[in-house]
Design a protein around this ligand. Structure first.
Ligand SMILES: Nc1ncnc2c1ncn2[C@@H]1O[C@H](COP(=O)(O)OP(=O)(O)OP(=O)(O)O)[C@@H](O)[C@H]1O
Ligand SMILES: [Mg+2]
Length: 484
């Protein structure tokens, strides 16, 4: 049984072929031994193979593609405007996070990074590219803008990574993604990673990958084993109060709501009730989005209320509870939202508030996600609610100070007035995190409103088995029908 053999003999990072300077940089961060997806994928990426990698949320996929990418480029120099590697991700927050994780490791190898995302200084991005960038981390929209302007030429890109690949393959992303991959070096190495790598990526696999190796850690529908799931049956009139009690628990908590408006309303209700909460969604300025996530990471706010823009890939230490205030669109979204807790072998709880008319659909969804989520009927102040979530009655004293102060927008590239926003909304080059929503929050309608020019608009031990199939077939995952 190869799976058992793999788990028994965990190789070291050095044995996987990573250069000593990288191994010591990892050790300085306390990262001593590879996680299963890393042990599985790194040697193949190092040897230049195309790789499809599926590992559960929080299982360390960033380093699984990032470390060998850095090692392969070690000491190389990019020509002006011509990066050597590209990591494409669906959201700006994820781009910033990937850069934050990998850049310090790449520095010791002489590699220069730049993040290319919307609503940040295009001038600085152009300038960095002109000086030379080996590793570009990007969301598709801004990258395409820079390509169009002649500020970035992808023809030297030898390694292209799609993180959250199934999401990137989603209809709204596909045209930009294929344009970008078409512009990369023909025959270059391609790496596709996600926790839910399924048949959605087939189109990309067929077109761009050459005899890929598949590394899939655990069955498609196996959930993270350090994660507890509960369906909380609530009466409609109590939903608000129960949400506030759970949000007021001790510890870092993420609440997911379906719409931008829902996020704003909920964040406001919570601060009015005395809970240090702030909202994150694609309708806010990038500065505010970045500061909100930073404040949450630093702990000055304890509750992040978000749309699915925060569902994919985002890592914040010690998030101990995720609550679906509104049910996710499908089981994949459930898994990604839930995966913001119980990361890297830590424990975490995921609760879903279920109204009477949502019981059937929610149970069907959790079955599809392959999780066992007991149902519990709860009321406000309920002992069972306290036991499951640590719920506490909020103080009821409104928080008056602005938790995340809005700063005036800075001038970008000489366009626009400070503080003023042009067009119908912030320029969102990336998309709300993968939603096929019914009200336009990140739904396909919103995706399509972007014109192609100026757009507006693990587990340490528990990897389970790891299959190493040659070939590229993903048919195993079952999907719910999409709403649009
Ligand atoms: N070998 C390792 N040893 C210890 N910690 C690690 C190791 N590899 C990764 N980590 C940590 O695990 C956490 C999760 O990693 P990462 O964000 O790459 O997960 P992921 O698989 O990409 O999850 P998602 O599917 O949600 O994107 C990070 O904090 C990372 O630093
Ligand atoms: Mg990730």
């Amino acid at each position: 049984m190869p799976a058992i053999a793999d788990e028994e003999t965990v190789p070291t990072f050095a044995e996987l072929g990573l250069p000593p300077v990288l191994v010591s940089a990892l050790a300085r961060q306390g990262i001593e031994a590879p996680f299963p997806i890393q042990a599985a994928a790194i040697p193949d990426v190092m040897s230049g193979r195309d790789v499809l990698g599926r590992g559960k949320t929080g299982s360390g996929k960033t380093l699984a593609f990032g470390l060998p990418l850095l090692a392969r480029l070690s000491g190389r120099k990019a020509a002006p405007k011509r990066p050597l590697a590209l990591i494409l991700v669906p959201t700006r927050e994820l781009a910033q996070q990937v850069q934050t994780n990998l850049e310090p490791l790449g520095r010791g190898l002489g590699l220069r990074f730049k993040t290319v995302i919307g609503q940040t200084s295009m001038f600085k991005q152009i300038d960095a590219l002109r000086r030379g960038v080996e590793v570009l981390v990007a969301t598709p929209g801004r990258l395409k803008d820079l390509m169009r302007q002649g500020a970035c030429d992808l023809s030297d890109v030898e390694i292209a990574v799609l993180d959250e690949a199934d999401h990137m393959a989603d209809m709204g992303f596909l045209p930009d993604v294929t344009d970008i991959l078409d512009a990369a070096q023909p025959g270059g190495q391609r790496l596709l990673f996600s926790a839910t790598l399924d048949k959605d990526v087939d189109v990309l696999v067929r077109r761009y990958l050459n005899e890929p190796v598949t590394h899939a850690i655990g069955p498609v529908d196996e959930s993270v084993d350090t994660m507890d799931h509960h369906l909380l049956l609530v009466a409609p009139k109590e939903k608000g109060a129960i949400t506030a009690e759970i949000a007021n628990r001790e510890g870092r908590t993420i609440l997911f709501a379906r719409t931008k408006h829902g996020v704003d309303r909920l964040a406001k209700q919570l601060t009015q009730a005395g809970v240090r909460a702030a909202g994150l969604h694609g309708g806010k300025s990038q500065g505010l989005r970045t500061r909100t996530l930073a404040e949450f990471r630093e702990g000055s706010i304890s509750v992040l209320v978000a749309t699915d823009v925060a569902a994919r890939g985002i890592h914040v230490d010690d998030v101990t509870l995720v609550m679906h205030v509104d049910p996710p669109a499908d089981h994949k979204d459930y898994m990604h939202r839930a995966g913001r807790t119980a990361r890297a072998g830590e424990r975490g709880t995921v609760v879903t508030l279920v109204l009477p008319h949502q019981v059937r659909s929610t149970s069907a969804m959790t079955r599809r996600a392959g999780i066992n989520a007991p149902r519990t009927r709860v009321t406000t102040g309920d002992a069972e609610l306290v036991k499951l979530t640590g719920a506490r009655q909020p103080s009821g004293i409104p928080i008056e100070e602005p938790l995340i102060p809005e700063r005036p927008a800075r001038r970008e590239g000489g366009r626009g007035r400070p503080g003023a926003r042009r067009g119908r909304g912030p320029r969102t080059f990336d998309r709300e995190g993968g939603n096929r929503r019914r009200d336009g929050e990140g739904g396909r309608g919103e995706h399509r409103s972007f014109s192609s020019g100026e757009r507006r608009g693990g587990p340490r031990t528990g990897g389970g088995s790891h299959g190493n199939r040659r070939g590229a077939s993903f048919g195993g995952d079952r999907r719910t029908a999409r709403t649009s």
